[in-house]
Design a protein around this ligand. Structure first.
Ligand SMILES: Cc1cc2nc3c(=O)[nH]c(=O)nc-3n(C[C@H](O)[C@H](O)[C@H](O)COP(=O)(O)O)c2cc1C
Length: 376
């Protein structure tokens, strides 16, 4: 796909999305939104709400999507865009496209063995999987999965060192430390469904099936996760391992500066997909000041609300080195299993390439913030 023209790319996209494909056919959904529609039909309400939902009034969730609306592209023309190259490299891993799979827990509500299925899709799509399963092996030895292992750092020196060691032993290429997870958040949809995290170990609920809460007296909120996690964690990891440590959940430029100072190797600008604190800035809006604070010293990635290739183009133009997607692969997974995840990743990559061609851009390294402006 590397050297195809924008036109042939679009033709391939249309040809592989027959207009009359059935809804339950892999080629039925023509965009990520339609994948979500199929997933919603196939999932139990409790599972759909767990994935789709945000925290409280879902203002943060909406802010993520809204930001792609008020940042607008200002395309260039009369540029030879016959060859468009979206390849990139991150911490020694080469990728055809700057789109990674974000860590998402709870996939067992979608299908049995879901983590392995997504890992296979990541391998086939030649992208990086940020795994939320800890350092548990996901694929057979010898399969060259590029994976970063996500943790919510258990805040002692010993636990940090153990986690780093287990990540290395499992072949993880980086540690993604989630830093916005001090407490279990207050998710209205889950509370309304009497969702309990204990439900996750009990198989995939069928749509319409009655699911009894494990402990209806305790809504899944307020539980402390890492209220005492501090910057020392980075030193503790580095004392035990040379793995890069990437902090996920940075929004404030002050924290971005501290991350650089304290030795983080990368940052993910993220608000956890609107799932932690409500009323928070959309990630695309937060990105420019974080990029400025970092000053090119370490790569800045971002996630939150990406549903289109043009969303990705905006993020990259504002200084993101790559993006992560959380819900879209889950919609692909719930719709059609492994091929669904691959199709979703392919669709986003194809849309990005086409958007670049139509914006007069041929490579990621020359994208600049001049390509976007914030509407009044
Ligand atoms: C079902 C679900 C589970 C998630 N679990 C985790 C997790 O275990 N660790 C983490 O750092 N982020 C987690 N996230 C947040 C994602 O990594 C990512 O930041 C977010 O989904 C990006 O927004 P998007 O879904 O709009 O792409 C989760 C998100 C979802 C939707």
């Amino acid at each position: 796909m590397q050297r195809r023209t924008a036109l042939s790319l679009l033709a391939a996209h249309v040809a592989s999305s027959p207009l009359f494909a059935a809804d339950d056919d892999l080629y039925g959904p023509i965009n990520i939104h339609e994948f979500e529609d199929v997933a919603k039909r196939k999932l139990h309400k409790l599972a759909y709400d767990f994935i789709a939902g945000g925290v409280e009034d879902e203002r943060t969730l909406k802010a993520n999507r809204a930001a792609y609306g008020h940042w607008e592209l200002v395309p260039r023309v009369m540029v030879d865009v016959t060859n468009i190259d979206t390849s990139t490299e991150l911490f020694g891993v080469k990728m055809d496209s700057p789109i990674l799979i974000a860590p998402t827990g709870g996939k067992e509500l979608v299908m049995p063995g879901a983590d392995e299925v997504v890992a296979k899709a990541a391998l086939k799509s030649k992208t990086v999987l940020c795994s939320a399963t800890g350092a548990r092996k996901l694929l057979d030895d010898g399969e060259p999965l590029n994976w970063w292992i996500n943790g919510i750092g258990q805040p002692t020196r010993e636990q940090a060192a153990n986690f780093a060691k287990r990540t290395e032993d499992a072949g993880g290429k980086a540690i993604v430390l989630t830093v916005d997870n001090a407490y279990q958040s207050n998710r209205d949809r889950n509370n309304r469904n009497r969702f309990d995290y204990g439900m996750m170990g009990r198989g995939v609920p069928k749509p319409g099936e009655e699911v009894k809460p494990v402990n209806p007296a305790t809504p899944a909120m307020w539980k402390p996760h890492t209220p005492n996690l501090t910057w020392d964690y980075i030193d503790w990891v580095h004392g035990a391992s040379k793995l890069p440590i990437i902090l996920k959940g940075i929004l404030a430029p002050e924290d971005a500066e501290l991350a650089v100072k304290r030795g983080a190797s990368g940052i993910v600008v993220s608000n956890h997909g609107g799932r932690q604190l409500d009323g928070v800035i959309g990630t695309l809006d937060a990105l420019p000041s974080v990029v400025e604070a970092v000053g090119g010293k370490i790569p800045v990635l971002m996630d939150g609300g990406i549903r289109r290739g043009s969303d990705i183009l905006k993020a990259l133009s504002l200084g993101a080195k790559a993006v992560l997607v959380g819900r879209p692969p889950l919609w692909g997974l719930a719709s059609f299993g492994q091929p669904g995840v691959e199709r979703v990743l392919w669709m986003l990559a194809a849309e990005l390439k086409l958007s670049m061609g139509l914006a007069g851009q041929t490579r990621l390294s020359t994208l600049t913030k001049r390509l976007v402006r914030k509407s009044a």
